[in-house]
Design a protein around this ligand. Structure first.
Ligand code: NAD
Length: 479
């Protein structure tokens, strides 16, 4: 099957008729082709977006809101179909795609359909000077949205929905590794009546198609989610062009467990925060830090629970852990497992590839627990982004906090405790954009979302996203 670019509401082949292969990770086989788009394709997408902008930016908020709501409804109507496509393209369990990825993609549109009708700007009266200032929040124009492979439609729409809700037109690129649901979104947008050129989707490699979006002189803002290295490169290209940038990057998140926590809830949640989506969620708690007094008990119980997880065909509803997204990514994760002894760690569970019946060439790996004794090792400093966690013990609050912050990343942290003082001390001192206390992945879409340190620049979510996708202009009137 061939996916196509979506430009000006039409499905088109890449200008140079050049194609990339698309793999099904569950069986390790090619199942389709996607456009290997060039600068010329991006230019076509830009032209369509630019042409659509005057009309779309003047479309009433109610009308924009209605169209976004319709897109949300259609995504929910096609939930099973989209979840099946997502699971096949990415390797994630179908149950996860049905419960998380696709409902959240619909929520993204519904949320910003509502939010745009509530978004306001500021006014400042300059008392004593006889003047009043008011701020207009105007759409930027044509903006670029670039997303990764781990939560394909979920993260793609998390950018597109606020961008178009606030009146921009978009040139978007999904990951070349998981293009399918982005392709299917085009049809949904047509069905919902999104005007031509408001959203344009180009497929292709990061280094060519993505780069062309970032380098385009008239694409004035880039919202990017992906790896820290790519984010740094994008910043280097975009900064001298004075583009607005939102960068949502990698993480190495601590999961800090104190003896006074609600143990059963912590254990069940820690299984999810470690291994959901094969550990390929930027928010997964990949460094588990456990208070010494419960360390041995936790270790035993955690290993037992993890051993019960079923690695299997993603389309099987019983599967807990599906396939990793690609052969290359499986090798990257496996390389970390290969250096465990050298880095002073010990594998407590897992570490091996799994052969799944009828899917012998799929990219499966056991959920893996590694015990480490210091935080300096590569296993605790580098983002592995797979079904691999490390565990280590700590004695005091101070030690736990030092360990938690001892990384270049600062995306999120998970804290398990029932002590109020401790909760407040950690909440204030953890160097991350998000802290979850006694929970994980509870997402209220109004809250600011993003990372500190090398986990990113800027915040998405709620009005933060609408602020990013608009340019404030202050008007000062003296009377
Ligand atoms: P990646 O950086 O390799 O790619 C992300 C996207 O950028 C892809 O669409 C890719 O084609 C594109 N890209 C690559 N090079 C580019 C370039 N030079 N110019 C423009 N675009 C380019 O990341 P990935 O491997 O797809 O995703 C995994 C990473 O994403 C992990 O580090 C993970 O932590 C991070 N992530 C972060 C968040 C967050 O919200 N902070 C969410 C999900 C994933």
């Amino acid at each position: 099957m061939k996916t196509q670019n979506y430009i000006n509401s039409e499905f088109v082949n890449p200008i140079q008729d050049n194609w990339l292969e698309n793999y099904n990770p569950a069986i390790g086989e090619i199942y389709g082709q996607i456009p290997n788009s060039t600068k010329e394709d991006v230019e076509k997408a830009y032209e369509a977006a630019e042409k659509a902008f005057p009309s779309w930016s003047n479309t009433s908020l109610e009308e924009r809101s209605k169209i976004l709501s319709k897109i949300a409804d259609l995504i929910l109507e096609k939930l099973d179909f989209l979840a099946t496509a997502e699971s096949k393209d990415n390797g994630k369990p179908i149950s996860l795609a049905k419960q998380v990825d696709i409902p959240r993609a619909a929520s993204n549109f519904q949320f910003f359909a509502n939010a745009i009708t509530q978004f306001s700007s500021e006014a400042h009266e300059s008392v004593g000077l006889g003047a009043v200032n008011f701020t207009l929040r105007q759409p930027i124009g044509v903006v670029g949205c670039i997303s990764p492979w781990n939560l394909p439609l979920y993260l793609f729409t998390w950018k597109i929905a606020p961008a178009i809700a606030s009146g921009n037109c978009v040139v978007a690129k999904p990951s070349e590794i998981t293009p399918m649901t982005a392709y299917l979104l085009g049809e949904i947008c047509n069905e919902a009546g999104l005007p031509k050129g408001v959203l344009n989707i180009v497929h292709g490699l990061g280094t060519t198609t993505g780069q062309a979006i970032v380098e385009h002189p008239n694409i004035k803002a880039i919202s990017f989610t992906g790896g820290t290295k790519t984010g740094a490169h994008i910043a280097k290209v975009a900064a001298p062009m004075f583009k607005k940038l939102s960068l949502e990057l990698g993480g190495k998140n601590p999961n800090i467990i104190f003896a006074d926590c609600d143990y059963d809830k912590m254990l069940a949640t820690t299984i999810r925060s470690s291994f959901a989506n094969q550990g390929q969620i930027c928010l997964c708690g990949s460094r588990i830090l456990v208070e010494e007094t419960i360390y041995e008990k936790f270790k035993k119980d955690f290993i037992q629970k993890v051993s019960e997880l079923k690695v299997g065909n993603p389309s099987d509803s019983e599967t807990n852990i599906g396939a990793l997204v690609s052969k290359q990514h499986l090798e990257k994760v496996k390389n970390y497992i290969d250096i465990v002894a050298q880095e002073g760690g010990e594998i407590l569970f897992g570490g091996n590839r799994v052969t799944v019946k009828d899917c012998e060439n799929g990219y499966y790996l056991q959920p893996t627990i590694i015990e480490v004794t210091n935080n300096d090792c590569r296993l605790n400093q580098e983002e592995i982004f797979g079904p691999v966690v490390t565990i280590m013990s700590f004695k005091t609050d101070k030690e736990a906090l030092t360990l938690a912050n001892d990384t270049k990343y600062g995306l999120s942290a998970i804290l398990w405790t029932n002590k109020l003082n401790r909760t407040m001390q950690f909440s204030k001192q953890l160097q991350t954009g998000i802290v979850w206390v006694n929970t994980w992945m509870l997402r209220d879409l109004r809250t600011p979302f993003g990372g500190a340190k090398e986990s990113g620049v800027g915040r998405e979510g709620g009005f933060e996203a609408l602020r990013f996708f608009t340019e404030p202009k202050n008007i000062c009137i003296q009377y």
